[in-house]
Design a protein around this ligand. Structure first.
Ligand code: S3P
Length: 199
């Protein structure tokens, strides 16, 4: 992977071993840890571009009729990941260009990464663990953060997931010092430069 800083806080990645023409990047895919702003930034980007927004957690909830908390509590994390993978496959295969906001664990599964990279331009919203912890607060609605100090869980997950996000992202945006509006602008700039202008 080569890495080049194009502007403060943004790193472009290239995946040089990908066959030419193997991707039709019609979706804008947002990945990153809990609290990185994927859903809020995604909704604002979708509105700005004028495309639908798909949130993988919301799709899982709509299709299962249960909240994320209830799925974890009653069916377990393995079942949540199975339902999440179905939602990701549907989102990636959506014929219309969309913004796809991924749950924080989506990219830990190879099949999810493959499906999303095939049809999407992947942006990693990065932030320090301290900033993530501040944003998630007490962790309500996020089962992985219950029963433990959020900062301890976030630190452990960040260590495990950082290489995974790095591997699948086309662009990393360091959002710790950015406002929401600045993050939206940075995402749209990267997307327009790499996808819309390439058409
Ligand atoms: C998870 C993140 C959550 C949700 C679930 C598991 C994770 O989504 O999918 O609680 O494994 O990091 P957000 O990243 O939108 O909070």
């Amino acid at each position: 992977m080569s890495y080049c800083e194009i502007t403060v806080g943004i790193s472009m990645h290239s995946h040089s071993n990908e066959p030419a023409g193997s991707r039709v990047a019609r979706h804008l895919v947002l990945c990153g840890m809990m609290g990185s702003g994927k859903s809020t930034v995604g909704a604002l980007c979708a509105r700005a571009i004028g495309v639908p927004m798909i949130d993988t957690d919301e799709l899982v909830v709509a299709q299962s009729g249960r909240s994320v908390d209830t799925i974890f509590e009653e069916l377990g994390e393995v079942e949540f990941r199975r339902l999440e993978a179905i939602a990701v496959a549907q989102a990636a295969a959506a014929p219309d260009a969309s913004v796809i906001a991924c749950g924080g664990g989506v990219m830990t599964q190879a099949a999810n990464r493959e499906a999303l990279r095939k049809t999407g331009f992947v942006v990693w919203l990065d932030a320090s663990v301290e900033v993530l912890a501040h944003r998630v607060g007490s962790g309500i609605g996020r089962p992985l953060l219950q029963g433990a100090e959020p900062i301890a869980v976030l630190t452990r997950l960040d260590t495990i997931r950082r290489p995974v996000y790095d591997q699948c992202a086309d662009v990393r945006i360091e959002t710790s010092a950015m406002s929401r509006a600045e993050t939206v602008r940075a995402v749209l700039d990267a997307f327009e430069a790499r996808v819309i202008n390439d058409r």
